[in-house]
Design a protein around this ligand. Structure first.
Ligand SMILES: Nc1nc2c(c(=O)[nH]1)N[C@H]1C(S)=C(S)[C@@H](COP(=O)(O)OP(=O)(O)OC[C@H]3O[C@@H](n4cnc5c(N)ncnc54)[C@H](O)[C@@H]3O)O[C@H]1N2
Ligand code: MOO
Ligand SMILES: [Mg+2]
Length: 425
């Protein structure tokens, strides 16, 4: 008899999966290998930055009281007593009517209260002594960067779980982190199921298609920050599939399969979960595409049974697997970030269930627009190439028109969201 499936709302499905999100593991990597990883500890300033008062310009370190009233017609003449480059430590103190030639980044000499830029001066030799004409008055502190002006020691700078971009890397280097604590990448196993699947290098033959989902999911796993472990494709053979899946589970934290979760005679994933004794969290969601997305929990591991249909598979990974990965990467905002944008095209389809339209979000005239990135069908691959977001159309709504404000989930953002599902049916 055909098994009846009860569909649950998206928010409920996400909540059920999130109950099984595990604990992040931390490892150390060289700063050279930390790009695109996620910080495994809060980053706190270990020193004042800069940690000495320094010149922000090439010029002369002076005492402002000596150059009061200076103009190009009536310059003030000072004696240059020392020259210091970046990296040097000044030996002299700047006294009455004295100046020190100083370069950008060099430590300020004691006594000086500002730096007058080279362009506002003129140097000359007078009786064997180097002198400088200051041709304008400058205020105290001008062209000086004081100790701790950028960051003060002890200030929290970047939170644990932050994506390491070039700026975060600059901070790590600033504070001397040659080894960086990062979240260990969860290992996500991938199987593509289906006797119709050919490898990428095989020619097309009648009835068969190339296995695109495995490559797509591997790419989504990498984009979400995890490590893919590809186990290959499985023909629709229950015994062989059960054996391969059982074996693979020993080597991964999470297992993603694509295909074989619906009600076809050769859709074996439901039987495999049953045989494993896995706890099936749900096998039907009130959403399109991806209504058949199934998630099970077994022995501390989460098994994502994503649809075989490419667009459904893609959406399933982003909504349900990605937040688990992000949680394991220390994120406190593991879900897709949600925003609002102006619909740039009509979308006349009715939405009996919450619909996630593969879409492209873009700026135009300082406004945010979004448009479907191709035909809205579950079995379609072509709409995925330009997809950088999902338009979220609530269940129970009719069509949407150009100019309507719609909710959008961002796929290529690193900040994430705590819980974007409050208003989603
Ligand atoms: N009687 C019903 N039939 C179907 C239902 C239903 O509720 N009742 N649901 C439909 C929906 S919705 C979806 S989605 C699909 C899900 O099917 P499966 O997850 O079981 O996936 P398969 O049957 O294995 O494949 C579906 C489709 O996708 C192609 N595919 C599979 N793997 C790949 C791959 N690695 N790369 C590219 N394309 C792949 C496959 O050839 C099929 O065309 O079920 C509907 N049926
Ligand atoms: O699960 Mo199917 O993806 O609704 O199209
Ligand atoms: Mg099927």
């Amino acid at each position: 008899m055909l098994e009846r499936r009860t569909s649950i709302p998206v928010s409920e499905a996400v909540a059920r999966v999130m109950k099984y999100a595990g604990e992040a593991q931390i490892e150390q990597v060289s700063i050279n290998d930390c790009d695109g990883r996620y910080l495994g500890e809060d980053l706190v300033a270990t020193d004042d930055v800069p940690n000495f008062d320094r010149s922000a310009f090439d010029g002369f370190a002076i005492r402002t009281e000596d150059i009061e009233g200076a103009t190009s017609e009536n310059p003030v003449i000072l004696e240059v007593v020392e020259e210091i480059g970046a990296g040097d430590v000044p030996l002299k103190t700047v006294g009455l009517n004295q100046a020190v030639r100083i370069m950008t980044g060099a430590q300020m000499p004691v006594g000086a209260t500002a730096v007058i830029p080279l362009e506002l001066t003129e140097t000359f030799i007078d009786q064997g002594k180097t002198k400088v004409k200051a041709k304008r008055f400058i205020e105290q502190g001008d062209y000086v960067t004081y100790r701790g002006q950028d960051m003060k020691a002890g200030t929290p700078i970047v939170e644990k779980g932050t994506y390491i971009n070039p700026g975060v890397k600059a901070l790590l280097a600033t504070f001397g982190y040659h080894q960086v604590k990062v979240a260990k990448k969860p290992k996500v196993g991938v199987f593509a199921t289906g006797s119709e699947l050919l490898d990428v290098d095989e020619p097309l033959v009648p009835g068969k298609i190339r296995n695109s989902n495995a490559y797509m999911i591997i790419s989504q796993i990498i984009r979400s920050g995890a490590e893919p472990v590809y186990f290959g494709k499985l023909a629709d053979d229950l015994e062989a599939s059960f054996a391969a899946i059982t074996k693979a589970l020993a080597d991964v934290d999470i297992l993603v399969t694509t295909g074989g979760v619906s009600v076809g005679d050769f859709d074996y994933l439901p039987i495999i979960y049953d045989r494993l004794g896995a706890d099936v969290l749900f096998n039907k969601i009130a959403m399109r595409p991806g209504s058949v997305t199934t998630v099970a929990h077994w022995n501390g591991k989460i098994l994502f049974g994503l649809s075989g249909n490419p667009s459904a598979c893609y959406v399933g990974y982003e909504l349900y697997a990605r937040p688990i990965v992000k949680t394991l990467l220390c994120s406190k905002k593991p879900h897709l970030q949600r925003t609002k944008a102006i619909l740039a095209e009509d979308f006349p389809k009715v939405n009996p269930f919450t619909r996630f339209v593969r879409s492209k979000i873009f700026y135009e005239d300082s406004q945010l627009y979004v448009a479907p990135s191709g035909a809205d069908k579950s079995n379609i691959v072509s709409s995925l190439a330009l997809c950088n977001s999902f338009i979220v159309l609530p269940g129970g709504t009719r069509g949407f028109a150009i100019g309507d404000i719609v909710d959008v989930l961002l796929l290529e953002d690193h900040d994430g969201a705590e819980w974007p599902w409050d208003q989603t049916k």
